[in-house]
Design a protein around this ligand. Sequence first.
Ligand code: ATP
Length: 282
Amino acid sequence: MAFLQVKNLAKAYPGSDAPVFENVNFCIEKGEFVCIIGHSGCGKTTILNALAGLETASAGDIAMDGREVAGPGLDRGVVFQSHALMPWLSVIDNVKFGVRSRWPEWTRAQVEEQAARYLAMVGLGQALHKRPSMLSGGMKQRVGIARAFAIQPKMLLLDEPFGALDALTRGTIQDELLRIVQATAQTVFMITHDVDEAILLSDRILLMSNGPRARIAEIVEVTLPRSRTRHDLHHDPRFYRIRNHLVDFLVSRSKDAQPAGQTPPPVVRPGEDESLTPSLAA
Ligand SMILES: Nc1ncnc2c1ncn2[C@@H]1O[C@H](COP(=O)(O)OP(=O)(O)OP(=O)(O)O)[C@@H](O)[C@H]1O
């Protein structure tokens, strides 16, 4: 059984004619980095919030590590697009808050050490005692990432964490995230609109069709070596084949309104094996 298993998930908001999405099926293995891509409004944030336990689905099941997800918990860390820091607390106190909740039995020194370690990982070792208002957008987002990693969640949920950042800062933090994920083997589910970012970070990319009645139309396996870097990626011809495949889906195929069936979505490896294979997702 996969580490995370999502079965026949659907969400209909009261008053709307059709569900936003239905029959959403996918799984994530431990240590896997999975991105989800789809046009605005197809329900990506709703799915992420359901995984976080912040939203209840209208139908379907979510199980993580063999247990049903029935509410929020410290076994999942969430990073939102808006960093959601507590403005009255210093950088390190923002991170310590989560660490203390996760391990209430820890001494002050242990909590301090854990928070400082993860802030150093995201390059904020010199900013521990600053208030969020004194930080740039990129630095605030780094605090959010450190806070989520510091509780060593079983699964990290990232909702467009770099969406509001300029391209240069975004690239730097992507590199940091890649390095930390490679070092910690963290399991990650991430929403992004940036296809390059998805290819850089993911083992697999879930492609969602447009809503209403959105579904996971296809799963793309990124077969590039896991030791990939932002610099090397652009020299690999396979990167462009995957990129073209994703852009083609978003531009042309995502609006194909096929009814959501019970059959698992096809898995494709652009450039490696163009044929559609039966899903490895179920
Ligand atoms: N509380 C709510 N009540 C009613 N409809 C809602 C509610 N929250 C979200 N929706 C609708 O559900 C749909 C999916 O929203 P969601 O934010 O999950 O999409 P998304 O794919 O994450 O979009 P984006 O890429 O723009 O963030 C949208 O049409 C939205 O208007």
